[in-house]
Design a protein around this ligand. Sequence first.
Ligand SMILES: [Zn+2]
Length: 418
Amino acid sequence: MGGYFDRLETVSREERRAEQDRKIAGMVELGYEKSSRVKRILDERGLTPADVQGVDDLVKLPVISRERVVALQAQQPPYGGLEDPGAPVERIFTSPGPVYEPHLGSSDPLWARGYKAAGFGPGDVVLNAFSYHMVAAGLTFHGGLTRVGATVVPSGASSAQLQVQLIRDLHVTGYTGTPSFLMAIIEKAGELGFDFARDFSLRRASFVAEPLQPSLRQRFETEFLIDTYQMYGATEVGDVAYECSEKQGWHLCEEVIVEIVDPATGAPVAAGELGEVVVTRLNPVFFLLRFGTGDLSSLVEAPCPCGRTSRRLSGIAGRVGDAVKVRGMFVAPSQVRRVAESFPGLAVELVVTRKGHRDFLLARLDPRGGEKDLKGLKARFEKVFQETCTVRVDEVEFALPGSLAPDAKPLRDEREWK
Ligand SMILES: [Zn+2]
């Protein structure tokens, strides 16, 4: 079990909030002084740094999407004027766009919280299967692993066969990379005649950059005896959240301010509702305030049994563009799939229309002949749907058995706006 990285993870929420308010006010003040872009953003809105006293005032500033960062950097190379031009930059990463990201050797424990919570530490030999070339991934994950005392094998994008050889020869105990690549390595080991769980000592994996399907997680944990964890972040803002051993939501990192907002307005949604993840990384060099990730999630307010006091992301429900807003609340295709998965064999299609001045949500269910008690199924479906998606379905209709493909698009928006 991973311990805490530092005392910040268990401070009271009031103490954390006061500290965040102080830091965000300081960052805006410094940004106004050092960054030509931040000065312009505030000036254009008739704001002064004194207007941003804390987290709640961030809503006065615009959300900046990845596309906007690309455009700003093209206008004003290399960093879009978002930086302190006098700051000592240790290295510069790029990501597709292109986006240029200045990094400095700082005290920021980038990614270390997630690795600590996943149980990595001294004595571990960890395969880092992320690219070290140009992009931030390889080197920043490497840094997080060394911060918690682990030994890193920078295996990067080497072939699955070479990774198997490293796992065997170096007695590798852990893996960080994508879940699909770990499965490819396991399959390669099988082809080479190894029994992964018996012959190797890799018992821990921390995944990032790709969703971990529950069925794949179960295979890793039960078939190959690998304890799995997930982390979440974005190249522009670094690590944002991570799973603890409870594996019920992802704790927010202490170095970021996370808002869940309505992507159309940038205003925070109500507690527990789905919205876009907007992140500000507290730092004195790159003043990317309110970065819009384009990812959908919601915040879990309830305390976590692990003892960390931070709020948690419920997981990533998809991309903003894929979601449909129903009666003011977002519903994502991934949520509908999750509901369907609670009913073995059930195919679900959701259709949103307008009745009068109100959104109307029709659920079409196809039990494919596997369920006889349709009335009971309807009641259970309505309950699970509301628990998962927050909104209620208005009508449930049963489709002809076999008429809904299991992999059909689960969410159709047929509203016409006249
Ligand atoms: Zn926890």
